[in-house]
Design a protein around this ligand. Structure first.
Ligand code: WT7
Length: 652
């Protein structure tokens, strides 16, 4: 597409409001707002029409079916995510188009470019190897891989044969990996020797080794990436390249029922234990395909770069499935944004002529700090659409992104969604708009939302409350929590009953129907775009032998959005010290990973408690935020608050 085209223009009356230009509208898949009304009148019909763009081995008998706590899409239909991501394009004569562009972190190493035909061959080889290992339909396969092509290949190979992947973020600890492998009962794990971080090889395989004892994992496939020397366990471990070398490059895709499980992805809930979010095949494919196409206005010559990690849902849907279902090129970048310097991301945009760039507000805030001179060094005129996801974006970051990356030409599509929703649910479309800092936009066509008060009353426009999804539930919404149907009901449907999926986000809707997300209303934090429960960090810290009690709360942070702050009571005789703090950080690293490290650890004598002995996190939260503490007189130990004020330097 033409370079340097203006895709947006300012609203003459409203400051910082932007609308698509005529040119943008002409090139957009969707520019007539009628799409919203039509979909609202018949959401099932809307999604049915969308489903027809994909390949189905057998068409569905019924579009949607719902019973309390249960819903199905494209009932009786047979399809396959990998077939739709790869074979479909090759059959349409587009096998030579670029599917995957891999950019390694070290700038002196060669990258890799795979066409759709080449990617299918790689996927098929691994798929055949997995089958030979005895992996079949419904079997779970763990994936613990860095950002290398094999991460996408592995996910595609697993769903190709009807197995179920569970990807674990490669920066998660051995213990986090073990918990997830145990919970999903994976028999095979695909991992790598290591990867590159800030120019140095980092070993990964030793983590996998530590994680696997006591799990059901029987086979480990190891990709050679960093060349790190790693011990291989005879009979269990096999090198990826040895395994796939002699495998045939053809492997027919398994015909999956629309409601067959495609993958499990663990995410943080309000308790310490991560929950296995279950996504099925047909509905997920349809919503991933449609949202990626419409949100970013994808056409065949687009180069789509989503900077998330494949370990998160954003990576699943907008690095792997979404772009590939649309037949465009997807960029996989191995490294960090600051290596070899702060211009790395923009150098990659220039090098690969990226047209769609999708990242998180926390990343943008980091770039704001580093300065606009870095993007200014590179040609970013290929960019057409910018995206953001993961947390509410502040105005300063939005405007910086708009000006310095988008050249005031590109819309910013602020997409609201969750691991549970599988694909975006609220955002402005590039051909419709508006694009406004801190406002996500309208619900995607065919998605119904409402704002409820605590009692379940629907609130009028303009009033803040709780964001819920209404039936028909979006096709990609989770179907359950692995192995825990009760928790599924309790987490999402206990507040308002089976007719409302509770997002646990606060929001309000303006007069034009645009949704503004205000943030989580539960004990889930958003740390540099990573979702984390305060309870998880508490559980990790309690593992330390000298800790008797812990309370963790979140505090706003200029760059990371939020950071965990820990209040610790030590066991009798234990002395607070900086060494102990370092040990505690190590404990968190070992149990979760470095993303969960508390920004501050306070050793205290007591924490505020209710009369029934529950920790009043609300008071701690206000303390660290310097906000009014409210009524503390009813606490069992109101005196504790004075000590805490001194500890945190509270002057509020
Ligand atoms: C939570 C879900 C699925 C994308 C990655 C995060 C917050 C997500 C936005 C946005 C404001 C957002 C919500 C949500 N969130 N996108 N555009 N504006 N908040 O997935 O880790 O499952 O976290 O991220 O609080 O509930 P996740």
């Amino acid at each position: 597409m033409a370079k340097g085209v203006k895709w947006v223009q300012p609203d003459p009356k409203r400051k910082n409001w932007y609308w698509p230009t005529q040119e943008a509208k002409e090139r957009a898949w969707i520019s007539d707002p009628e799409v919203y009304e039509k979909a609202e009148a018949d959401p099932e019909g809307f999604w049915e029409e969308r489903a027809q763009e994909l390949h189905w081995f057998k068409k569905w008998d019924k579009v949607y079916e719902e019973a309390p706590y249960e819903f199905k899409w494209f009932v009786g239909g047979k399809t396959n995510l990998s077939y739709n991501s790869l074979d479909r394009h090759i059959e349409a004569g587009n096998g030579d188009r670029v599917a995957l562009i891999w950019e390694p972190e070290p700038t002196d190493q060669p990258g890799r470019v795979l066409t759709y035909s080449e990617l299918l061959e790689e996927v098929s080889r691994l798929a055949n190897a997995l089958k030979e290992m005895g992996v079949g339909k419904g079997d779970r396969v763990g994936i613990y891989l860095p950002m290398i092509p094999e991460a996408v290949i592995a996910m595609q190979a697993v769903v190709r044969i009807g197995a179920v992947h569970s990807v674990v973020f490669s920066a998660f600890s051995a213990e986090a990996l073990r918990d997830r492998m145990l919970d999903c009962g994976a028999k095979v794990l695909i991992t790598a020797d290591g990867y590159y971080r800030r120019g140095k090889p980092i070993a990964l395989k030793p983590n996998a080794d530590k994680a696997l004892s006591g799990t059901q994992v029987e086979k480990v496939i190891v990709v050679q990436r960093s060349g790190s020397e790693v011990p291989m366990s005879m009979g269990r471990d096999v090198w990826y390249h040895d395994l796939v070398k002699d495998q045939p490059t053809e492997c027919p895709a398994e015909e999956m029922d629309s409601e067959d499980l495609a993958f499990i992805l663990y995410t943080s809930g309000t308790t310490g234990k991560p929950k296995g979010v279950m996504h099925t095949t047909g509905g997920y494919a349809v919503q991933a395909h449609t949202t990626c196409k419409w949100d970013f206005n994808l056409h065949e010559d687009d180069v789509h770069w989503c900077t998330a990690d494949v370990g998160w849902i954003t990576g699943h849907t907008y690095i792997n499935y979404g772009p590939l279902l649309n037949g465009v090129a997807t960029v996989v970048y191995e490294g960090t944004p600051d290596h070899p310097d702060y211009g790395r991301m923009w150098q990659v945009v220039e090098k690969h002529k990226v047209t769609v760039f999708y990242t998180a507000p926390t990343a943008i805030r980091m770039h704001v700090k580093w300065g606009e001179e870095w993007p200014a060094k590179y040609d970013l005129s290929t960019l057409r659409v910018l995206g953001t996801v993961g947390e509410p974006i502040n105005e300063e970051a939005w405007l910086w992104y708009f000006k310095n990356i988008g050249g005031e030409r590109c819309p910013i599509v602020d997409t609201w969604w969750q691991t549970e929703t599988g694909a975006t649910c609220v955002q402005s479309l590039p051909g419709i708009g508006p694009f406004v800092p801190t406002v996500a936009g309208r619900p995607f066509p065919g998605v119904r939302v409402a704002i409820l008060d605590a009692g379940g009353q629907e609130l009028p426009r303009g009033e803040g409350g709780y964001l819920v999804l209404k039936p028909p539930f979006p096709p990609a919404l989770l179907r359950g929590l692995y192995g825990d149907p009760e928790k599924y009901k309790g987490t999402y449907f206990s507040e308002y009953g089976p007719g409302f999926y509770f997002t646990r986000d606060g929001a309000r809707i303006d007069e034009l129907g645009n949704v503004r997300i205000t943030g989580r209303v539960d004990d889930v934090m958003n740390v540099a775009g990573h979702r984390l429960a305060t309870a998880e960090v508490e559980d990790a810290l309690t593992q330390h032998a000298l800790v008797s009690e812990v309370a963790v709360v979140s505090k706003p942070d200029e760059v990371k959005g939020e950071v965990p702050i820990a209040f610790l009571l030590l066991k009798k005789g234990a002395q607070p010290s900086d060494d102990l703090k370092r040990e505690l950080i190590k404990t968190v690293d070992a149990h979760i990973g470095p993303t969960a490290r508390p920004a501050e650890i306070y050793f205290v004598e007591d924490v505020p408690k209710t009369r029934s002995g529950k920790i009043m996190r609300r008071v701690l939260k206000s303390l660290v935020r310097g906000e009014p503490l409210g009524d503390v007189a009813t606490l069992r130990n109101p005196d504790s608050v004075e000590d805490l004020k001194r500890a945190v330097g509270y002057t509020g």
